[in-house]
Design a protein around this ligand. Structure first.
Ligand code: CTP
Length: 390
């Protein structure tokens, strides 16, 4: 556990108690300013370990090995994480023991921001949090309520019980899919028209990345074939193959699928591509311009055709009308085990958003409907159902 200097540091004391009661071994690193809020005596009594706060310990004449601490932990929770520490973590600063350990750690890292309202909403803070998420760290989001300043709003540190539950789930889930190899594809495809233009779509790849991350967190070996989108935010254990067009997506997926127990194809694949690609930029000399398009390979259908009885195949259906009927037709035509129906008519669902609303439809006809949720939670619902097939 890392504790930084904010008033919410008092909540870290309850968290230590919960972790110890839950059977964890806890080592605590306090930044120098955290010690203005909590005492080493309280923390060491509860954690049953000496508290670390400096690189060099005067009393013993010994150096605190931050690398060893970083490698020792199965998880690193930084709670509370102040704006100052978040900034330093996001930018690779290393001027205290907590930051050096953060940079050395190769375990999952959770951070719980805690600060006053305007600090929390300041663009530097939101940019730093986005950066930390893109590096694969996980946020324990702050709650809303009365803040130490007397202001009302977001910035209260996530409650110790919630943090404990998140970690409990993390450790319970971390091995449920070990030994399984799973292919995920995500993002758009770009079909080149000439050296400067392409046909593409607005897919952000967020849904597929969240599925890949959820699978990796449960111990699966995950291959993510990713279209041309931001490459950040992918779990360090996910093996990424970057592609641009449908042809390369098909080649990558069909070769990886052979060694997989399951595949989840969420990519927004182009259905047609230009019949030919111009070597030079197309000039606007013609009065009218007609583009000839030819069909691309349906990657999902191709995998459905070679799927063995032992493999599970999951597809997506993005619909604007007759949603359910169209999804069921795709489920059958493409030989899937279940399909994730996205309706473009639902608010909070679709391309580029951070939330989604899905219905999972199984081959047996069984339907699972969910409300609008963050894509990370939708991914958990999809992976929960997939796990029952594995
Ligand atoms: N898909 C694919 N290859 C394609 C087109 C789609 O693998 N060339 C996959 C998508 O990744 C998704 C599923 O098929 O998992 C359904 O995609 P969707 O766009 O909803 O449907 P289409 O099959 O393209 O049919 P239509 O566009 O007519 O609705």
């Amino acid at each position: 556990m890392g504790i930084t200097g904010g008033i919410a540091a008092y909540k870290a004391i309850s968290l230590v108690r919960l972790l110890i009661k839950g059977g964890a071994q806890v080592q605590i690193i306090c930044t120098p300013s955290a010690l203005d809020f909590v005492t080493p005596l309280t923390l060491s009594t509860l954690s049953k370990n000496a508290i670390h706060s400096h690189f060099f310990v005067q009393e013993t004449g010994k150096w605190t090995n931050h690398v060893e601490l970083g490698k020792w932990a199965d998880a690193f929770i930084i709670a509370p994480a102040t704006a100052n520490t978040l900034t330093k973590m996001a930018n690779g600063y290393c001027d205290n023991l907590l930051l050096a350990t953060y940079l050395s750690a190769d375990c999952p890292i959770y951070f719980a921001p805690a600060m006053d309202l305007d600090m929390y909403t300041h663009p530097t803070t939101t940019t730093n949090i986005d950066k930390l998420l893109a590096y694969g760290n996980q946020e324990l989001p702050a709650g809303s309520g009365e803040l130490a300043s007397g202001l009302e709003g977001k910035g209260r540190m996530c409650e110790p019980e919630e943090i404990f539950n998140t970690l409990d789930r993390h450790f319970r889930l971390s091995t449920t899919l070990s030994g399984k190899t799973i292919l995920v594809n995500a993002g758009p495809t770009f079909e080149k028209l000439d050296p400067v233009r392409f046909i593409g779509n607005y897919s952000s790849g967020k849904m597929g990345k969240a599925i890949a991350n959820s699978l990796a967190k449960r111990g699966a070996t995950v291959h993510l074939v990713l279209g041309p989108v931001d490459k950040g935010g992918v779990h360090s254990r996910v093996q990424v193959t970057n592609i641009e067009n449908t042809h390369d997506l098909y080649e990558a997926c069909s070769s990886i699928f052979k060694e997989c127990d399951a595949a989840v194809l969420s990519a927004a694949v182009a259905d047609y591509k230009p019949a030919s690609r111009a070597d030079q930029k197309i000039k606007k000399t013609a009065k009218e311009f007609t583009l000839d398009l030819v069909k691309t390979k349906d990657v999902l259908k191709e995998l459905g055709a070679i799927k063995t009885k032992k493999q599970t195949l999951v597809g997506f259906a993005l619909e604007t009308q007759n949603e359910y009927e169209n999804a069921v037709t795709k489920l059958e035509k493409k030989n899937l085990d279940f399909i994730v129906l996205n309706s473009m008519n639902d608010k909070g669902a679709g391309f580029g958003k951070d939330t989604n609303k899905v219905t999972l439809i199984e081959r047996t006809g069984k339907k699972h409907t969910f409300g609008t949720k963050p894509k990370t939670e939708v991914a958990e619902d999809i992976v929960d159902l997939l796990s029952t097939y594995l």
